[in-house]
Design a protein around this ligand. Structure first.
Ligand code: PMP
Length: 412
């Protein structure tokens, strides 16, 4: 049976249906840099990049080399001995994250990073409540999901973890009003990704920092999607020069080769491990193979100044998208984002979905937003060249023309 049929039969029939609807009932074969090939030999520009994971593109040679070296030496830790790449990665993360963040918890995904931050906040403060934001996305394990106020994902699994309050995103005053003597922490994305590329008003993160500090509440910055240069700065919080108490990172941290997730935090918070060394842990968390990939990924990100590149290429892409939005106001409602974390809001979810399908047909992959179906996300690798941006914009123009034609007479 062909792998797509196997996926449909044994993995996720619902998602298979959606992929077919988008013309993506295809099987991937191999990838390099910004390109992916399917098994029919069709080549695609990857402008989705596994939702902000492929900052370095596919199979970056320096990351692949680092992983191969570690594979030949010791891929898995015995855990009762200390792993060298893991220790070096912790030191590196302490160096490159905002001031005061010195300690690292290692997990294997964004959700695990968030779970760790959630648990550490409760253990350290001895308080139960965590405040999250409307439209926020923090993962789908039960704790992280409880911080992800999305009825489609939450309602089928209730009861959730208690003690979570939801406030509007971008509204520091509402956040302040929600804080009580029982509040342990506030979790916030510097720019909401899954929520549809929402950039908060200027000063929001600074205000959240001021309020949480004044009220003795921890600030958790969820940088799983915004981290490592995606928004045009190394961290999303760097835009407002804010140092949170805990910062989560995953996705791009693995260099597009290995899965990894970390919660980096202030030293005092991690003192909980002195009292209870195994209060939180994971078998694969901090495995040497993922650590080797992350060390190489950080090195490439800094050496090649990928945040600056994201800013420059992001501006080019943004200008092109804005020009298309002006030419197709009947289809596109808004263009938003920062760096290479951009979103196109369509007038209607079906219009966006058709446009994504037309784009795939023209060899460009983007995200059809199940979380926010009207918003199509563009998160290409930070190593994209101008020619790739132009290629994607040209394909988008064709896709918009085809979409307009299909909806002729239907849209007002
Ligand atoms: N936090 C944010 C901000 C995310 O964007 C995501 C994933 N989209 C997660 C957490 C969860 O990460 P993962 O899928 O690796 O569990």
């Amino acid at each position: 049976m062909d792998p797509f049929a196997l996926f449909e039969k044994h993995i996720n029939p619902g998602l298979a249906g959606l992929l077919r609807f988008t013309g993506l009932d295809r099987v991937e074969s191999h990838a390099e840099g910004v390109y992916v090939w399917d098994t029919t030999g069709k080549r695609y520009l990857d402008f989705l990049g596994l939702y902000g994971t492929l900052n370095l593109g596919h199979r970056h040679p320096k990351v692949v080399e680092a992983v191969k070296r570690q594979l030949d030496r010791m891929p898995m830790s015995v855990r009762v001995l200390v792993s060298e790449p893991t220790a070096r990665l912790a030191e590196k993360l302490a160096e490159i994250t905002p001031e005061g963040l010195e300690m690292v918890f290692f997990g294997n995904s964004g959700a695990e990073a968030v779970e760790a931050a959630f648990k550490l906040a409760r253990i350290y403060t001895g308080k139960p409540e965590v405040i999250t934001t409307q439209g926020g996305f923090h993962g789908k394990t039960l704790g992280a999901l409880s911080l992800t106020p999305k009825p489609e994902y939450q309602d089928p699994v209730r009861p959730l973890v208690p003690g979570v309050k939801v406030v509007p995103y971008g509204d520091a005053r509402a956040l302040e009003e929600a804080i009580t003597s029982e509040t342990a922490a506030v979790i916030v994305e510097p720019i909401q990704g899954e929520g549809g590329i929402r950039v908060p008003p200027e000063g929001y993160l600074r205000e959240v920092r001021r309020i949480t500090r004044e009220r003795g509440v921890l600030m958790i910055a969820d940088e799983v999607q915004t981290g490592l240069g995606r928004t045009g700065r190394l961290w999303g919080v760097d835009w407002e020069e804010v140092a949170p108490d805990l910062l989560t990172s995953a996705k791009a941290l693995g260099g597009g080769v290995m899965p990894i997730g970390v919660a980096v935090g202030r030293r005092e918070i991690f003192e909980v491990f002195k009292r209870n060394p195994l209060v939180h842990s994971s078998t694969f968390g901090g495995n040497p193979l993922a650590a080797a990939a992350a060390l190489a990924a950080i090195q490439v990100t800094l050496e090649e100044d990928l945040p600056a590149r994201a800013l420059y290429m992001g501006r080019l892409l943004m200008e092109g998208l804005q020009a298309l939005a002006r030419a197709y106001p009947d289809l596109i409602q808004e263009v938003r984002g920062r760096g290479l974390m951009l979103g196109l809001e369509f007038v209607d979810a079906d219009v966006g979905a058709l446009c994504v399908a037309e784009l795939a047909e023209r060899g460009v992959l983007t995200a059809f937003g199940l979380n926010n179906p009207k918003v199509v996300r563009l998160e290409p690798p930070l190593i994209v060249e101008e020619e790739h941006i132009n290629q994607a914009l040209e394909a988008l123009e064709g896709a918009l023309q085809a979409t307009r034609k299909a909806f002729e007479g239907i849209l007002g």
